[in-house]
Design a protein around this ligand. Structure first.
Ligand SMILES: Nc1ncnc2c1ncn2[C@@H]1O[C@H](COP(=O)(O)OP(=O)(O)OP(=O)(O)O)[C@@H](O)[C@H]1O
Ligand SMILES: [Mg+2]
Length: 341
């Protein structure tokens, strides 16, 4: 083993709009919301990840919470660099007693990313201590994480519905044949719910409450075989100003989300219509794979299946498919020639 290797540590990062995950030594060692809390006076980070998320929406004038990524890309460079640094610091095996190891990282990026945005990811990682950075496109990482053989001469369609973006990609021979990315994903669903609660119930709710509604009674269909119980939601009455509670059902949320889901369906139909015929034939046989937290919305797989008339499979542990794939890429740096340096 060369000296370089001895002091090199490899990590894989899924730097997401909603969640950041890190794999080190084949294990997920960080799985945290992509949020930092900053002291306004000193501009220092006072919390990151779960702890910062607890503060989100509950801060006073001395503290602000920042989500450094928006729509899948870095929106606040400084905050993102600090966040990555904090997360890396929290990985147990990485903190050597004697010296800081030299870090080699594979980070995934949305496939529709610009050169400038790509540069920002690379720079953030380097400022956070990376000596060597490799980039991989998210749909590719998702496919590998799901267990698809991406090098095969066979077409596969992967849809990653994250917090900021929905990426629809057709992959074959280790490359992205066609790809469509739209800024409609989990965050937009959450906003739709806030908007609906304001308009239909005169109830002003925070982002965390809206997300909780989405997870507990969210639905893509207005008829579900296994319906969730109605949910009690508290917020502020817009008319009286008093705190109040209303009950919401999945049918209401299905209505609130309908427009955004239709936009995702349209993007999928467009991606299918751009697919070369031989690959379309493959997809007809293999179906569509879903990954990302947004794919956990009740009935979404069924709705996409009804629209496309194709079988739709949701990845096992969809929130981790991308980082799993990124971790596998990390172990195959020499074999996967689609990694970007
Ligand atoms: N059970 C659930 N039902 C519906 N949505 C969910 C569920 N669990 C998580 N989500 C949503 O999934 C989204 C986060 O997914 P994920 O971690 O894949 O996104 P990300 O990778 O951070 O974002 P991006 O890939 O767009 O940068 C959030 O919007 C979250 O609210
Ligand atoms: Mg993601």
């Amino acid at each position: 083993m060369g000296l370089f290797k001895l002091f090199t540590q490899d990590i894989a990062i899924d730097l997401g709009t909603a969640n950041t995950l890190i794999i080190h030594n084949d294990k997920v060692v960080v799985d945290a919301p992509s949020i930092v809390a900053i002291d306004r006076a000193s501009n220092k980070i006072i919390a990151s990840g779960h702890e910062a998320r607890q503060m989100h929406g509950k801060t006073h004038e001395n503290i602000k919470t920042v989500r450094p990524l928006k729509d899948g890309v870095i929106a606040d460079f400084n905050a993102s660099e600090h966040m990555i640094r904090e997360f890396i610091k929290s990985v147990p095996g990485l903190r050597s007693k004697w010296m800081a190891p030299s870090l080699r990282m594979v980070i995934c990026i949305p496939s529709g990313i610009t050169e400038v945005e790509k540069r920002a990811v690379r720079d953030s990682a380097e400022h956070a201590g990376a000596k060597e950075v490799y980039l991989i496109h998210e749909p590719m990482a998702a496919a590998i994480g799901i267990g698809v053989d991406v090098q095969e001469p066979k077409g596969n369609m992967i849809i990653d519905i994250g917090g900021g973006t929905t990426e629809i990609a057709v992959l074959a021979l280790g490359g992205i044949v066609s790809d469509k990315s739209i800024k409609v994903a989990g965050d937009v669903f959450t906003n739709d719910i806030s908007f609906y609660m304001r308009n239909q119930h005169n109830l002003y709710i925070g982002e965390r409450t809206a997300e909780q509604i989405k997870i507990e009674v969210g639905s893509a269909l207005d008829e579900l075989e296994v319906p969730p119980d109605e949910l009690a939601v508290q917020g502020r009455d817009l008319l009286t100003g008093k705190p109040k509670q209303v009950m919401v059902t999945y049918k209401e949320i299905a209505r609130a989300l309908d427009k955004s889901i239709t936009r995702i369906e349209e993007a999928i139909m467009e991606a299918l219509s751009m697919t070369p015929p031989e690959l379309a034939a493959d997809i007809y046989n293999s179906g569509i794979y879903l990954a990302g937290g947004g794919s956990m919305l009740r009935g979404l797989d069924k709705r996409i299946s009804l629209k496309t008339e194709l079988p739709v499979y949701v990845a096992e542990d969809p929130l981790r498919a991308v980082v799993r794939g990124t971790g596998i890429a990390l172990k195959n740096l020499d074999k996967f020639n689609f990694l970007m340096r």
